[in-house]
Design a protein around this ligand. Structure first.
Ligand code: VGL
Ligand code: ZN
Length: 204
């Protein structure tokens, strides 16, 4: 039977107001994500979540590089990498899901960004597409053909997850109203939605 999966991307304290990498209005996605999750649950569809879960010495942290400031572009594993503030350190409160997220509806959590040598925006693969989290196999085992994506942040992990889902052969919908962007440049979120649309995602 063909099924849908809802992928809740990185709805974690550090991406919400007061967090280490706070996304403006990031907590506004929680209520919308919960409503979507209730819908999916009632329909017998699958709900999964991704969790940014870095070691304290993660190479994406500006703090790990001499003379590098947050927002600088550095090289990590040979790829361009934004230098971020220390965030979502596995096991700390900042890495935990927002306290109001209905985690009881989540079937499985996929941690990412666990390798200090490379970042992982997508819930499917590290940024060099070499290491998989197992999400694709998990969805296929459940007979999922269509995924809906929401969460944080539109211009990084939501985009990377949605585009990888397309590449993995899923139909992809992105619920724009249930996403918020980092917006290092003011229109990054809008550009990300445009790119996801152009590459084949349906924007809800
Ligand atoms: C994210 C920057 C660094 C995200 C994660 O969840 O979009 N962004 N780590
Ligand atoms: Zn991160």
């Amino acid at each position: 039977m063909s099924k849908r999966a809802l992928i809740l991307v990185d709805i974690q304290n550090d991406f919400c107001p007061g967090g280490a990498l706070a996304v403006k209005d990031g907590d506004a996605v929680v209520e919308k994500a919960n409503l979507l999750a209730e819908d999916f649950s009632a329909a017998g569809d699958l709900i999964v979540a991704t969790q940014d879960a870095h070691p304290a010495n993660h190479g994406s942290f500006a703090s790990q590089h001499d003379g590098v400031k947050v927002g600088d572009i550095i090289k990590l594993a040979g790829l361009d990498q934004v230098a971020w503030p220390d965030h979502c350190i596995d096991g700390t409160p900042g890495a935990q899901f927002h306290p109001e997220l209905k985690v009881e509806l989540i079937r499985k959590v996929f941690k990412k960004g666990t390798d200090p040598r490379i970042d992982s925006y997508s819930g499917f693969y590290d940024n060099d597409h070499q290491s998989s989290t197992g999400l694709s196999v998990f969805l296929n085992d459940f007979g999922v053909s269509e995924v809906w994506v929401c969460g944080l942040a539109t211009d990084y992990c939501v985009k990377a997850t949605a585009l990888d889902a397309l590449r993995e052969g899923f139909k992809v919908a992105v619920v724009a109203d249930a996403c918020r962007a980092v917006n290092m440049s003011p229109d990054d979120g809008d550009k990300a939605l445009q790119e996801m649309h152009d590459k084949g995602c349906v924007i809800k």
